[in-house]
Design a binder for this molecule. Structure first.
Ligand code: ZN
Length: 201
């Protein structure tokens, strides 16, 4: 049976013109765009049931599970750190994933207990690149069912790039030089391997 929209969704102003609040995020120092001329998109009706995410039907359909260890920056028995071949516009960006096909809610207890230490190690590895003031860690998970935590380096001194708008800045800034990016990935992989596991770049 088709799920019914929740009370929350039924209360949303779907299809209506939503007024633009001048003191919201577009007015913040960290928002990357000039707010003149911005409008809020009308909300589209809910899609229920939601379409499956990539890998929702299990490991045999999951792109993350199908990847071999040499497609990651670093791996160990239970965790893998994914890097990006194409440069980002930010100084460092990686994704931490469990080897097994799990989301956070169904991550086995042993892996869940390791997650804090793994995030700490990955943050330390990203910081070891240098010139990074903070590592922003995000879990969205709307695209892929296999747990993936983003670690995004915020360049030191760039106060406009603080906080939750960093992924928006990533979209507009110029790409890092490919050679610099490859060396960044190697440094992160080596820093991870110092605590165990294998670097692959
Ligand atoms: Zn998977």
């Amino acid at each position: 049976m088709k799920p019914e929209p929740s009370a929350y969704v039924r209360g949303l102003p779907i299809g209506e013109q939503i007024p633009f609040s001048g003191d919201g995020i577009p007015g913040w120092e960290i928002f990357p765009f000039e707010s003149d001329g911005l409008r809020v998109k009308p909300l589209e009706p809910p899609v229920l049931p939601e379409p499956p995410r990539e890998g929702e039907d299990g490991p045999q359909e999951c792109g993350a599970c199908r990847k071999s260890d040499d497609q990651f920056l670093w791996t160990d028995e239970h965790w893998r750190l994914h890097g990006f071949t194409e440069p980002s516009s930010l100084p460092a960006m990686v994704m931490l994933q469990p080897r097994g096909h799990h989301d956070l809610y169904d991550l086995p207890a042993e892996r869940a207990a390791e997650l804090g230490r793994m995030l700490q190690r990955a943050e330390q590895a990203v910081l070891s690149v240098g010139g990074i003031a903070r590592v922003h860690i995000n879990k969205w998970g709307d695209g892929g069912a296999h747990l993936h935590l983003w670690l995004i380096g915020r360049p030191e001194g760039m106060m406009q790039l603080r906080g939750s708008c960093l992924p928006l800045w990533e979209d507009v800034l110029p790409e890092v030089d490919a050679g610099v990016w490859a060396e960044t990935n190697r440094r992160i992989a080596r820093a991870m391997a110092e605590g165990g596991g294998t670097a692959h770049v």
